[in-house]
Design a protein around this ligand. Structure first.
Ligand SMILES: [Zn+2]
Length: 402
């Protein structure tokens, strides 16, 4: 579980951390280069081996796996003292990060790791701590020292600090510490129980529940977006790499940061509102990334539905509510009352009218009801009268309304 805190490092600390990130970036790119070279050397067209395209590498050279590269890292450190400036576990984690991306690529067949350009490596991780580094409003980071931390909420009792990721945002102007905490007590997943709602996510209303409760898209995004456009236009007129260009870029970055924070906030609030209303929440398993590429494009990305669903599932878990995704196919073509197929609806058609049972409601409300029905069908009946102890009793800052 991650808690994010703002930290206020001194100017020297900021400079040091930026140097670390640059070192990590170079290390990352170096490891990726080796990985790519190795892969290229094993690539060969069927009949012939072209000398120009493939690298010749001895067959004895092992695949640069995580362990192999970690071993090499120790060697490199002997010849490159700049690598030693960074805490050793941080550099190891940097290698690991590359291999995580590589493993993900292998399993999903997309997202091959890419070289990171200058300034695109914005975080590093201290993977372990023997004891909690946070004391008296300060966080103690190895080799960096004491950094002021804004503990806007305390680390709950019984939780251990596992790792700390330092993140830089807005071109190094804003810093965060993402603290991973872990509890020894295993918290059971919430069981299906009580009243359920289905949620249809759309653009006209941000979402509609099966109770016909609507959440409208937050309008302030529009204003922020138009401000962003103005700033971007101004920034593009400046001479590249000039001082004023730098200032304008910083303004743009700040506003981007503000927008993403506002969006996240909106998602959290909406998730809590929904959790207040029910014990079980069902949503569609749409791949929003795919949809965003298609007809709805940018608006979909702006609304950040994917992030919203992730946050919703997390808030549900935290508050002991059951969360499940259901099949999204034909949710807009089935009548929730009698299960009749009503045929395909055009996007502009906003009404659901069933010819079989005369049920009529708005289109998105009908979908939400279908989603609820599907969710309830999927539940394996278990005796769950007794609600298991949830995280609710452990974590602070959650209003219990029941
Ligand atoms: Zn019907």
């Amino acid at each position: 579980m991650n808690y994010t805190y703002r930290i206020n490092p001194t100017i020297e600390q900021q400079e040091l951390m930026l140097v670390w990130m640059e070192t990590c970036r170079r290390l990352y790119n170096k490891c990726l280069r080796d990985l790519k070279d190795w892969l290229n050397s094993r690539k060969c067209s069927l009949h012939s081996c072209s000398l120009s395209r493939e690298y010749i590498m001895s067959p004895d050279i092992l695949f640069p796996s995580y362990l192999e590269q970690k071993r090499q890292l120790t060697q490199w450190k002997k010849t490159n003292p700049w690598l030693k400036e960074v805490h050793s576990q941080v550099t190891q984690d940097c290698v690991k990060r590359l291999h995580n991306t590589w493993e993900r690529f292998k399993s999903k067949k997309f997202g091959f790791p890419r070289f990171k350009k200058f300034g695109r490596y914005q975080s590093f991780l201290f993977p372990q701590f023997k004891e909690s580094p946070i004391k008296n409003g300060l966080i103690k980071l190895p080799k960096i020292g004491q950094v002021e931390i804004n503990l806007h909420r305390p680390i709950p009792e019984g939780f251990m600090v596992k790792g700390v990721r330092i993140v830089s945002r807005v071109r190094g102007a804003v810093w965060y510490a993402v603290v991973t905490i872990q509890c020894d007590v295993k918290v059971p997943d919430p069981l299906p129980f009580g009243r359920g709602i289905g949620i249809d996510i759309g653009l006209e209303s941000y979402l509609v529940t099966s109770d016909n409760f609507r959440v409208e898209p937050a309008r302030f995004f529009r204003d922020l977006q138009s401000r962003l456009k103005v700033l971007q236009r101004k920034a593009s007129r400046k001479n590249k790499r000039s001082k004023n260009w730098g200032k304008a870029q910083l303004k743009v970055a700040k506003l981007h940061h503000q927008i993403s924070n506002a969006r996240k906030n909106f998602h959290f609030q909406t998730s809590h509102t929904l959790c207040d209303q029910a014990d079980m929440i069902f949503v569609e398993d749409i791949n929003f990334k795919m949809t965003a590429r298609g007809f709805l494009g940018k608006e979909m990305l702006d609304a950040g539905f994917g992030q919203f669903r992730d946050l919703l599932s997390w808030v549900c878990w935290k508050r002991g509510k059951y969360f499940a995704q259901v099949d999204h196919k034909y949710t807009s073509q089935i009548c929730p009352k009698c299960n009749a197929h009503t045929g395909k609806k055009e996007l502009k058609e906003r009404q659901h009218i069933c010819l079989e049972c005369n049920y009529s409601t708005t289109r998105d409300h009908a979908s939400a009801e279908v989603i609820l029905n599907r969710g309830l069908e999927n539940i394996v009946p278990t005796d769950c009268r007794e609600r298991k102890l949830s995280v609710e009793s452990v974590l602070p800052g959650i209003a219990i309304s029941r």
